[in-house]
Design a binder for this molecule. Structure first.
Ligand code: KIV
Length: 274
């Protein structure tokens, strides 16, 4: 059985050039499957709005929905480091509100840290939450909660000005006390410079191979989510197709009278019922 990694070990892995991985989970069963694997971290991301709740974006996800989904993940994966995502609106009102909501996620769910989207402009919030005793993972590059400001789901940091901004952002969140950062949809060369600029582990998604760790959304990598597939998603399975075939098999066996057979049925223990 694996043992749960901690923040110091993640930093050490970066120093030693040892890669690690994070995947999303939003329920007990999936979390327990990840716990049986070698994957070191689970992110209960606000992506749950889209892949679990059917929303068109992550913006509408609430604190209550996050708490509802993080709790069973913590129960299901005692040997995996759990990241709880702060939803839009939970940390942009005031620093006090941000600390209050970070405390709520930690206390009510038992997760190991919180994640929030934002760079230099959120450095003071990250600093305050960290000083309050809550470990913070930052999220830079494509930040899905504010895609309308970024002009849609686009690669970030493709020109010198925006690449420089990302490097300044990663330095700002590191200085503010973030222990790690997700970097999403950024050219590999820029992500490499970001990873070299700081000693905190960079967890990439669409950020190329030169960062310290990788994260994927479970429903994407398992081939379950069919609304859209970003270029950076590798499908490791075809679970959607497999599950449709399984449901079809069940349906036709029932229609043909093959299921339930004797093997799956009960007999009474006394004679003479007829
Ligand atoms: O919410 C989420 O799942 C995320 C990942 C895309 C990194 O933030």
């Amino acid at each position: 059985m694996k043992s749960k990694v901690n923040i110091l070990e993640m930093k050490r892995m970066k120093k030693e050039g040892k890669k690690f991985t994070m995947v999303t989970a939003y329920d007990y069963t999936t979390a327990s499957i990840v716990d049986n694997s070698t994957v070191e971290l689970i992110l209960v991301g606000d992506s749950l709005g889209m892949v679990m709740l059917g929303y068109d974006s992550t913006t509408g996800v609430t604190m209550e929905e996050m708490i509802h989904h993080i709790k069973p993940v913590v129960k299901g994966a005692p040997n995996t480091f759990i990241v709880g995502d702060m939803p839009f609106g939970a940390y942009n009102v005031s620093v006090e509100k941000a600390i209050e909501n970070a405390n709520r996620l930690m206390k009510e769910t038992g997760c190991d840290c919180i994640k929030l989207e934002g760079g230099a402009e959120f450095a003071h919030t990250i600093e305050a939450i960290t000083k309050a005793g809550v470990p913070v993972m930052a999220h830079l590059g494509l930040t899905p909660q504010t895609t309308s400001q970024l002009g849609g789901f686009k690669v970030q940091g493709r020109d010198l000005e925006t690449a420089n901004k990302l490097i300044n952002d990663i330095k700002a969140v590191a200085e503010a006390g973030a222990f790690s950062a997700v970097v999403e949809c950024v050219p590999s060369q820029v992500a490499k410079l970001m990873a070299e600029a700081v000693d905190l582990p960079i967890i990439g998604i669409g950020a190329g191979p030169y960062v310290d760790a990788q994260v994927l959304v479970t429903q994407d990598m398992m081939g379950m989510f069919d609304k859209f597939t970003p270029k950076f998603v590798k499908k490791y399975a075809t679970l959607r197709e497999d599950m449709v075939n399984i449901y079809n098999g069940f349906n036709s066996e029932v229609k043909e009278g093959l299921f339930p057979s004797k093997e799956y049925s009960f007999d009474i223990k006394v004679d003479g019922l007829e």
